[in-house]
Design a protein around this ligand. Structure first.
Ligand code: IPM
Ligand code: MN
Length: 355
């Protein structure tokens, strides 16, 4: 197969972890006989420096022309403490989500047996946890009308959802539940928020069309607790944009390191595959960041964008082997040797076989 991939490494540790993902993709293509072409583009702070825009048109066009986007991370501290900054790297991420219509953000959380002791949670609680969080990504407070009143002393963000937005994300959630353990948890705050009541209403209307799926409803505060006290309860979680943002950071604790969590954002146009961690500017260029989330994002890309399941599995197997053999970066090394980002990347790429 011919794979056209847009490469948006972004800022901070983005470029160095994406380099490692590229090595694995090239290894897979060599072994399985695919032809890959890369199309580099700028996004985030590096794009602001170059074009004055965090997601410039040329980057958008590169994404549109590709079959998939492999994305690193965006963000730079020089913007964080300046509330007056007119352009920010994060706007690039939001613009990309909106323009590419990436309404479904899939964030799988798994545990790796050799790492369960690394989780701050009790081993018996996390061992075997395996769930998928589906976060709505183009609606809610992130994109609703926002502004200031009273000369700036009053501020508001509108948490608005339309029925079609809820229906399409719930449809994805039911479909993924069908392919997994057929248990869907709809997370909302329907005891307080009108938008949540619409979510719950639509979910209750759709549930009978998926009779095999056991659907339950949970308030977000309760879900936040349950993720920590009993993560094995969950199979598929679906929720709105803001709740999903918060719950997925929380859920990353279950797997032991944020450096392990990959994600896919899919919707109307080209899908984007990215690690869920940020740009970690303090570590940029030091060759210490964990590349496994970026490499696992490449695995998701093979599976979701190209339907190449064996290729995805080959990457996952090599990643699991690296953990098993303790070829890991400092965040996972405990008292053992901390390998560098590129050493881990090389090891994983060399380990990939076709079974
Ligand atoms: C994420 C990030 C982004 C979000 C930020 C960087 C805008 O936290 O992808 O979860 O809030 O969606
Ligand atoms: Mn987040």
């Amino acid at each position: 197969m011919k794979l056209n991939i847009a490469l948006l490494p972004g800022d901070g540790i983005g470029p160095e972890v994406i380099d490692q993902a590229v090595k694995s993709v090239e290894a897979v293509c060599r072994i399985f006989g695919h032809e890959v072409s890369w199309h580099f583009a700028y996004a985030g702070a590096c794009a602001i420096d170059r074009y004055g825009d965090a997601f410039p048109d040329v980057t958008y066009q590169t994404c549109l022309d590709a079959d998939a986007v492999l994305f690193g991370a965006v963000g730079d501290p020089k913007y964080d403490n300046d509330p007056t900054a007119k352009v920010r790297p994060e706007q690039g991420l939001l613009a990309m989500r909106k323009k590419l219509g990436l309404y479904a953000n899939l964030r799988p959380v798994e545990t790796f047996k050799p790492l369960v002791h690394m989780s701050p949670l009790k081993e018996e609680l996390v061992d075997g946890a395996d769930f998928l969080v589906i976060r709505e990504l183009t609606g809610g407070m992130y994109f609703g009308e926002k502004g200031r009143l009273d000369g700036g002393d009053t501020a508001y963000d509108t948490n608005i959802y339309h029925r079609y937005e809820i229906e399409r994300i719930l449809r994805q959630a039911f479909e993924y539940a069908m392919r997994r353990r057929k248990h869907l948890t709809v997370v909302d705050k329907a005891n307080v928020l009108e938008s949540s009541r619409l979510w719950r209403q639509v979910a209750q209307e759709m549930a009978p069309t998926y009779p095999e799926v056991e659907t339950d409803y949970m308030f977000v505060d309760n879900a936040a607790m349950k993720l920590i006290t009993g993560p094995k309860f969950f199979d598929v979680i679906v929720t709105e944009n803001t709740f999903g943002d918060i719950l997925t950071d929380e859920a990353s604790v279950v797997s032991g390191s944020m450096g392990l969590l990959a994600s896919a954002s899919v919707g109307e146009k080209t899908g984007v595959y990215e690690p869920i961690h940020g740009s970690w500017p303090q570590a940029a260029g030091k060759d210490i960041a964990n590349p496994l989330a970026a490499i696992l994002s490449a695995a998701m890309m093979f599976e979701y964008a190209f339907g190449l399941m064996d290729e995805g599995r080959a990457i996952r197997k090599a990643v699991a082997d690296s953990i098993e053999n303790k070829i890991v970066t400092g965040d996972l090394a405990a008292s053992g040797k901390a390998f560098s980002t590129s050493e881990v990347g090389d090891w994983v790429a060399e380990r990939i076989v076709s079974e």
